[in-house]
Design a protein around this ligand. Structure first.
Ligand SMILES: [Fe+2]
Ligand SMILES: [Fe+2]
Length: 177
């Protein structure tokens, strides 16, 4: 009920003044920032691994009869890199350090860097579709966990999730052809 909604502006003004060095992270932040940063760093690792896989497959799929698939892989790769950068930017806003350390990327990623032998287009499409289906599930869980506690990070994850669902749909269409 709107009648029950009262904001204690005096208290919020006092709290806002206390930890100015925390920048956008205020007293009303509903989660442990260290935990959110750790989860986002796993998202960064996942997106970099997806960028690597798509880029590798785009190069392998290049050829006259494969131009459509190669173009799709290239487009997806560019979007995965954007996802990594956006997640890294949010980590920085929350006062954390984005982790692009190649030594630990594969271990932190939700998906695997897999490349089928040779130039098997169908296998490449399947490897990427499996990866997309994995991130669709893990990102849904992250969005639910964030809930109302950190709406900005949740909306970022939801935006990424929407694109992953488009990727999975694109790959499904190509596999059906
Ligand atoms: Fe992505
Ligand atoms: Fe994707």
């Amino acid at each position: 009920m709107a009648d029950d909604f009262v904001i204690d502006v005096t208290r919020i003004r006092d709290e806002a003044r206390k930890k100015m060095a925390d920048g956008p992270v205020t007293d009303t932040y509903g989660l442990d920032t260290a935990k959110v940063i750790a989860v986002l760093n796993d998202v960064v690792a996942t997106e970099v691994v997806c960028w690597l896989r798509y880029t590798r497959h785009a190069i392998s799929a290049t050829g006259i009869d494969r131009a459509q698939v190669a173009a799709e892989f290239t487009e997806h790769a560019a979007e995965e890199m954007q996802h990594a950068l956006r997640a890294a930017g949010r980590i920085s806003q929350l006062g954390g350090e984005p982790d692009f350390d190649p030594a630990t990327l594969a271990g932190r990623a939700h998906t695997d860097y897999t490349t089928p032998a040779g130039r098997d287009l169908k296998a490449m499409l399947e490897h990427n579709l499996l990866a997309e289906r994995i991130v669709i599930s893990t990102y849904q869980e992250i969005a639910r966990w964030l809930g109302d506690h950190d709406p900005t990070t949740r909306r970022l994850i939801e935006w990424i999730l929407e694109q992953e669902e488009e990727h999975a749909d694109d790959l499904t269409d190509l596999l059906a052809e």
